[in-house]
Ligand binder design. Structure first.
Ligand SMILES: [Zn+2]
Length: 268
């Protein structure tokens, strides 16, 4: 019997007892967790992504660049033009509405391609900026999202001294699996994610989620960016809306930001 059927059978055997009277939270029925982890901080897209999530009672997983709002932000790579990026007023407003805002680098460098001391300094400056500019930010339960999902164990270990989890390429940390452990059992965690670009990723997302829902479960993290014309590998607004509408009807699935799942273990 796979875990999903085991949980369902166990709950059925409990008869008329309510879950809460048994001390079981509804999340105990969830065998599958999905995080749609949006990077870079496109202002127009991120407000729209938040609205779409709100329509289905969900919180969005939004990862932003600490210096992206500054005119000095390097407009390379071409997928992240500075004028499209929001600032910490926007991020605080979205956080106030219940969405998750997490660090996605200081200046969007590939940290595996710069000297290690500069890479560590970048991680430190990014996290300090969040401490001072994002209301209610706590390092405990936080997820650091590597730019380009590029990292190595030295950089991951360093970041994990400062936050509860890092998100990087699934090909780097997940070995033979597409999914992360769920529920997670220890912190800090190296979380692996997957993505597709530079063109629209609707079809890729659909395929990955379809296969995931047919599997025994785990925690799938898909890395997305902007909507429609914004960002690398964009997802279309209409597809995201239709997808979340469908997914909220799947009883064994929870759709949550990465940090929310990490915080369930950190107790925060
Ligand atoms: Zn990025």
């Amino acid at each position: 019997m796979d875990r999903r059927n085991f949980v369902k059978t166990s709950l059925a055997a409990a008869g008329t007892l309510s879950l809460s009277s048994m001390g079981i939270s509804l999340d105990a029925t969830k065998t599958h967790a999905l995080s749609l982890s949006f990077d870079d901080g496109f202002k127009k897209s991120f407000y729209r992504i938040a609205e779409i999530h709100e329509n289905y009672g969900l919180n969005a997983c939004l990862n932003v660049i600490a210096t992206g709002h500054l005119k000095s932000f390097n407009t390379e790579p071409k997928w992240i033009p500075q004028q499209l990026l929001g600032d910490f007023d926007d991020w605080n407003k979205l956080k106030e509405r219940g969405h998750e805002i997490m660090p996605h680098t200081w200046e969007h460098l590939n940290l595996t391609e710069v000297p290690i001391e500069k890479a560590k300094e970048n991680i430190g400056k990014c996290l300090d900026h969040f401490e001072t500019h994002l209301a209610g930010y706590s390092a405990e339960g936080a997820v650091y999202n590597f730019a380009y999902n590029a990292s190595n164990t030295t950089l991951e270990d360093y970041a994990m001294t400062k936050v509860s989890a890092v998100r990087t390429g699934g090909w780097l940390v997940l070995k033979d699996s597409k999914v992360n452990q769920f529920p997670i059992k220890e912190l800090p965690q190296r979380l692996g994610c997957w993505g597709h670009g530079p063109d629209f990723c609707d079809q890729y997302v659909e395929q990955e989620i379809h296969a995931f829902l047919a599997s025994d479960g785990g925690w799938l993290i898909l890395n997305l960016h902007g909507l429609d014309e914004e960002g690398w590998g964009p997802v279309s607004t209409t597809y995201l809306d239709e997808l979340l509408k469908r997914l909220t009807k799947v009883d064994f699935l929870t759709v949550q930001p990465t940090g929310e799942i990490v915080k369930q273990l950190s107790g925060k």
